[in-house]
Design a protein around this ligand. Structure first.
Ligand code: M6R
Length: 596
């Protein structure tokens, strides 16, 4: 998703390197074009932008030489208007005296652009970032000062966004937040802002988290906050961030994804400690037990965690829970929910629009809602009265890995507690994860090249491993660009079996109690020439029937599926790298999806 960064210095200097580095730190969000603008005290604006990678565009347009007293950079992930030079951000106003950029989605972009054209403003692109600039310009042209113009623009711009804007005629930058992330940083002799915290950390540890409906004015030596409603000042003390920078560096690994895969045991350990001491767990459990219906709501990988959570609640605690893809919650369940029902809304970023929309709909119906999120301070954590943190630190790589396993552990822990089972059994999980990574890494590296010859494969599971098969398939298609379908193993014979030809690869994920059923599935494909790769605990039946067995450590039927996702993560990683792709930043994708 798009990312914005802005900085205000006391005097004019070479801002190019700062803007390039800030843009590089935002790349994990996903983007297709990049731009930078500097504003000088003499009233000039230098704007350079194009489609392509940060390093390429910055080199082609020599961002490094850009000077100014203020600077803005933006990474764009296309929604309104194709990826192109003209649609890349930042954008200037009609007279080239104001420059701005946004993150998010202005849903009435098309209507507003038409209005601006009719009003005689010069509209150069189809992009809604430009619409934010003209939305302010239309009011400054009518004589409003910039703050009032931003307040009025806020009334016109529908959707969720954050934008930053600067006028050549003064020495400040202005920004507003409505739905999309925005954090302010205060340093020695400068102030800055960004779509997220990690991109500010190398510059300063003194930050202010901006709330929706707040207007920011960045001066070189201080920051003003105002309410968009009445323009009145808001007092908020800056906070000091103590998190380590290690989290946003690769720490010797070639990619963030591999680092994050290896971090899973340690973040699992941290999460389990936190859950044992958490008062919120009691609140969530109490409400979940008494709920008429319990819904687990998420998207993508987070939805897969909801799916396995619902299997855990049923198998361990006899508590039915309905897993729902967030956008489908609105038409399919929201009309029927009420205050007797409970929803758990799950999102790594805590900013996924589909999840937040489902949450808003649920709350309107009076449903009790909880959050499970990784990003502290995200919209989901603010919008729910009670939420559980995933304790993963930053997950930079677009493919979710450590946040998935910690989501699964959170559900497993809640199910154990609901069932009155001893949670000490779960404390072995981090060690088991370590052993799994060690055991499977060489097996996966050995098998990946032959699987990489295919652009089409299946991952199949049953019961607790069905969601793992879906998650493995999502990882594989997300970063190898091959078609991979995850399915219930028993469904394969109801149609897809016709795809099987000689050596056709199928990965079976076998839970320890489902081996006989998985073995049936394996034989249905191997007798037709298919190649079955099984992931499961050491079991003679798997060795006797599958072509290859990726062995994971022995545990129990609930922990085993959690371990079996690790080889699938590693497989997708190695296949992606062997294909020459960057697994951290797959094409077209974004880490934080703040659009419908
Ligand atoms: O931040 P969220 O957990 O709400 O994100 C939901 C999905 O966009 C996300 O899990 C996506 O499917 C992952 N990139 C897959 O690896």
């Amino acid at each position: 998703m798009c990312g914005i960064f802005g900085i205000v210095k006391e005097k004019e200097e070479n801002l190019g390197p700062i803007l390039i580095q800030a843009a590089q730190r935002l790349t994990y969000r996903g983007y297709d074009s990049v731009g930078a603008a500097t504003l000088s005290r003499d009233g000039t604006i230098d704007l350079r932008k194009d489609i392509g990678r940060v390093d390429d565009v910055a080199a082609r347009y020599n961002f490094a030489e850009m000077r100014g007293q203020r600077g803005i950079t933006q990474l764009r992930w296309a929604t309104f208007g194709a990826p192109s030079q003209v649609n890349a951000q930042p954008h200037i106003d009609s007279d080239g005296e104001v420059v701005g950029a946004h993150n998010g989605n202005v849903v009435n972009n098309v209507e507003l652009r038409q209005q601006f054209i009719e009003e005689g403003l010069i509209v150069r692109s189809e992009n809604d970032g430009e619409t934010c600039v003209h939305a302010v310009e239309r009011y400054t042209k009518r004589g409003y000062d910039i703050i009032d113009a931003i307040r009025l623009a806020y009334g016109d711009l529908k959707g969720d966004y954050a934008f930053v804007i600067g006028q050549a005629s003064d020495d400040k930058l202005y920004a507003i937040k409505k739905g999309s992330g925005l954090v302010v940083g205060i340093g020695e002799g400068f102030t800055c802002l960004s779509s997220d915290l990690p991109s500010l950390l190398p510059l300063t540890r003194t930050i202010i988290r901006v709330q929706d409906g707040e207007i920011i004015t960045l001066h070189a030596d201080h920051v003003e906050l105002r309410s968009v409603k009445d323009g009145q000042p808001i007092e908020r003390e800056p906070e000091t961030v103590t998190e380590s920078m290690d989290a946003v560096q690769k720490g010797g690994y070639p990619h963030f994804m591999l680092k994050e895969i290896h971090e899973q045991p340690s973040v699992a350990r941290e999460l389990l400690h936190l859950l044992e001491d958490s008062g919120e767990v009691e609140t969530v459990l109490e409400k979940m037990k008494d709920a008429r219906h319990l819904y687990l709501v998420g998207c993508g990988t987070s939805y897969h965690a909801c799916l396995i959570g619902s299997v855990y609640f049923a198998q361990l605690a006899g508590r039915p829970a309905i897993p729902v893809l967030a956008p489908q919650f609105v038409p399919q369940y929201a009309p029927a929910v009420g205050h007797e029902d409970v929803g758990v809304f799950v999102s790594q970023s805590g900013e996924t629009k589909d999840v937040l929309t489902a949450l808003q709909t649920a709350e309107k119906r009076g449903m009790t809602s909880f959050g499970i999120a990784n990003v502290i301070g995200s919209t989901l954590t603010k919008a729910t009265s009670c939420w559980l943190p995933l304790c993963c630190g930053y997950e930079i790589s677009v493919p979710a890995t450590k946040t998935f396993t910690n989501q699964v552990i959170t559900f497993l822990y809640l199910a154990y507690r609901m069932a009155g089972r001893d949670t000490r059994e779960l404390m072995q999980i981090p060690d088991l994860m370590e052993q799994t990574i060690e055991m499977v890494a060489p097996q996966i590296e050995a098998i990946a090249p032959s699987l990489n010859e295919w652009n089409d494969l299946y991952t199949l599971g049953f019961g607790t491993t069905f969601p793992i098969a879906l998650e493995g398939a999502l990882k594989l298609k997300e970063i190898t660009y091959a078609h991979c379908e995850g399915m219930l193993s028993t469904e394969f014979k109801h149609g897809p079996l016709s795809a099987v030809v000689e050596d056709y690869p199928l990965i079976f994920v076998a839970g320890p109690e489902d081996v006989p059923l998985i073995v049936s599935g394996i034989n249905e494909v191997t007798c037709r020439g298919g190649r079955a790769i099984a992931i499961g605990e050491e079991d003679a039946r798997l060795h006797a029937n599958a072509d290859d067995v990726i062995v994971i450590p022995k545990s129990n039927p609930y922990i085993s599926p959690l371990l079996s996702v690790l080889p699938l993560q590693l497989l997708s990683y190695h296949m992606s790298v062997a294909r020459g792709y960057d697994p951290d930043f797959p094409r077209n994708l974004s880490k934080t999806l703040t659009v419908d």
